[in-house]
Write a protein that binds this ligand. Structure first.
Ligand code: CP
Length: 304
């Protein structure tokens, strides 16, 4: 693998290799923060044209823990403000010797276009482009599901809920769940937030959250992507919470001890209540912890 741009079409063997390696890294790191040298002398840049807390910070930590030199490019304080293109930015950083780029961009396909423009020895990781793909979030979600429910996904019933239409996380999760052979994948959203039918092919799709929660082993909540809603939010936040907010009462419809995931940032009181987000069935902070291990595994695979 030269770049990691999407989980769509990623061979099952590669997906399993990355998850196994990330699991090893996580388990070896319990109780200590080790530093390795596999990327000593390699420069990695986080090139973000959209805000981020988790993805950017965890990639920086991951690269540092592998011994890389890490540059943090912030579009808001860079020559992007003077009109420099993303392509020229990448080529200039390459000229300084940067070999690995972790790129987030608001436009679908922008990271692929940068990968096409990059030099031969350069590797790119898509840290989220438009509504298309967020492959490392998909990987860390799968690692978390394995931790919560075991590695055999064949009997797993998973429900993905919320703003599926605008969600790159949902698309990457769906690609990974299909590749890993999840037993049953359900997708639930208000009709206004359902994506094109090809995104959910092979899934049970519906808009009745209470009905779709029945008996699931994992509930993967999504953030409302209001910055991508040209048409405004339909329904209103109050209606959304009433129909699609995950409350402790609703969660009782799922299987006992069902795992609750959310990629963050959370709109508390809208997608999920505090009681559930911070409760015993929440895997949200373990998702974040798994993000560092997954990103170490990816950088090691591409650049090590
Ligand atoms: N889950 C996720 O991508 O979070 P950030 O936007 O904070 O990186």
């Amino acid at each position: 693998l030269r770049h990691l741009l999407t989980l769509d079409g990623l061979p099952r063997a590669t997906l399993l290799q990355l998850l196994d390696r990330a699991g090893q890294i996580r388990d070896a790191a319990v109780g200590r923060v080790g530093k390795r040298t596999v990327l000593a002398g390699t420069a990695v840049c986080t090139l973000f044209f959209e805000p981020s807390t988790r993805t950017r910070s965890s990639f920086q930590l991951a690269a540092q823990r592998l011994g890389a030199d890490v540059l943090n490019f912030d579009a808001s304080t860079s020559s992007t403000r003077k009109g420099e293109t993303a392509r020229d930015t990448l080529r200039n950083l390459e000229a300084m010797g940067v070999r690995g780029f972790v790129v987030r961009h608001p436009d679908d396909g922008a990271v692929q276009a940068l990968a096409d423009a990059a030099g031969e020895g350069t590797a790119l990781v898509n840290a989220g482009d438009g509504r298309s793909a967020h492959p490392t979030q998909g990987l860390l979600d799968m690692l978390t599901l394995r931790q919560a429910k075991g590695s055999d996904f064949s009997r797993l019933k998973v429900l993905i809920v919320g703003d599926v239409k605008h969600s790159r996380v949902a698309r990457s999760d769906l690609h990974a769940l299909r590749t890993l052979g999840a037993g049953e994948i359900r997708v639930c959203a208000p009709e206004s937030l359902l994506p094109e039918t090809d995104v959910t092919s092979g899934c049970a799709v519906g808009s009745d959250f209470d009905a779709m929660l029945e008996g699931v082993d994992a509930v993967m909540m999504l953030r409302l992507q209001r910055e991508r809603m040209e048409e405004g939010l339909v329904p209103s936040l109050e209606d959304y919470h009433a129909r699609y907010g995950l409350t402790a009462g609703r969660l009782r419809r799922a299987a006992p001890n069902a795992a609750v995931l959310h990629p963050g940032p959370i709109n508390r009181g809208v997608e999920i209540t505090d009681e559930v987000a911070d409760g015993p069935q929440s895997w949200v902070l373990r998702q974040v912890a798994n993000g560092v291990a997954v990103r170490m595994a990816v950088l090691e695979h591409l650049l090590g």
